[in-house]
Design a protein around this ligand. Structure first.
Ligand code: FVH
Length: 311
């Protein structure tokens, strides 16, 4: 393809995010063609200078780069299946949220039709797009990432995670998993405090500095996990970390203990296997998948032999 930094871009999907991506490109001087299943959503962008295509086939034919920002994996196929054969030689950037395997499937499917593919995972809200705080992860072809860089950098800080097109999605969803479980923990705490009349707002004011201060421990736990030795000094032991009193307190207050009970289950599993004296980070062993990259373990194994016995 020719220089995508100066040529036009087609954006499919004009929800909150797709509209913002298209508007940012328009503001930066790109020719932008847009298409949306419900055509009325294109009106605002048309008024700003975008070409609104009546048919998806017309939209993807307009430019060498098509950006799909749709609801989910199924909607990408629903939209592009009828027109993919005509996209040979063009580039598809998919920033629709998918699972890693769904991203890989789209990559293979696009390649089968002679379409270059890059997967993107947006780690930002629409209002953050175009600011340095916005981050978008990419994976798939390094060549495509390099070619598209002038476009990608209009939106956010661009990070390339590798040739495996599922990686951007994987790392995005991994971070979202951490975020959502943290919020669930916060809201469970708010419900406990709320059982005594404290408002969630008051609880947030108290919890925010405390929880923020605790995040220093991520790096420490990460070093222990990567070292593979949960006996190193300076860790809070699993025995000490027993959370059954929090579960009981929650139940006594009539609050469902679901988030903290899930953590306690992981702790109990490791204690039952005889690791109570080892560090809290060891619950990672009950969660992790079989990893072939752990050739640097202190016990000289890759750790895969232990997976069956630890879970
Ligand atoms: N908005 C955000 O903050 C998040 C940030 C992180 C990444 N996500 C992902 O971005 C994708 C699009 O998100 P969105 O916010 O634009 O989503 P909506 O406003 O709900 O718009 C959805 C668009 O998808 C179209 N659509 C839905 N189903 C189909 C279909 N079967 N065929 C064709 N198009 C479809 C929908 O069209 P319409 O309902 O207006 O006709 C919207 O254009 C998403 O993957 C987020 O997870 C955003």
């Amino acid at each position: 393809m020719t220089d995508p930094g100066s040529t036009g871009v087609t954006v499919l999907g004009l929800g909150a995010m797709g509209s913002t991506l298209a508007a940012t490109l328009l503001d930066a001087g790109h020719d932008v063609t847009v298409w949306n299943r419900s055509p009325e959503r294109a009106a605002g962008l048309s008024a700003r200078g975008a070409e609104a295509a009546a048919a998806v086939g017309t939209a993807v034919a307009a430019h060498p780069l098509t950006v799909a920002c749709l609801l989910d994996h199924a909607s990408v196929h629903e939209t592009l299946d009828p027109v993919i054969a005509g996209m040979r030689g063009s580039t598809l950037l998919n920033v629709t949220t998918t699972t890693p395997n769904e991203a890989r499937e789209l990559d293979t499917w696009a390649a089968g039709h002679g379409v270059r593919y890059l997967d993107g995972a947006i780690m930002a809200t629409p209002s953050m797009i175009g600011t340095p705080e916005a981050s978008i992860l990419y994976s798939g072809s390094a060549e495509v990432f390099a070619d598209l860089r002038p476009v990608l950098d209009r939106w956010a800080t661009s990070t390339y995670d590798g040739e495996d097109s599922g990686l951007a999605s994987l790392f995005d969803l991994a971070m979202l998993s951490g975020m959502y479980t943290m919020f669930a923990g916060f809201l469970h705490g708010a419900a406990m405090a709320g059982s005594a009349g404290m408002t969630a707002t008051e609880f947030a004011a108290r919890a925010t500095p405390f929880l923020s201060a605790m995040t220093f421990a991520f790096a420490h736990d990460a070093a222990v996990v990567d070292g593979g030795d949960y006996t190193v000094a300076g860790q809070q032991s699993l025995d000490f970390s027993d959370l059954s009193h929090i579960v009981r307190a929650s139940e006594e207050q009539g609050v469902a203990p679901v988030p903290v009970a899930a953590v306690q289950e992981l702790i109990s599993k490791q204690i039952a296997q005889g690791y109570g004296a080892e560090g809290f980070a060891r619950i990672y062993e009950s969660l992790r998948t079989d990893r072939t990259d752990r050739t640097d373990r202190t016990d000289g194994t890759d750790g895969t032999d232990r997976v069956e016995t630890l879970r």
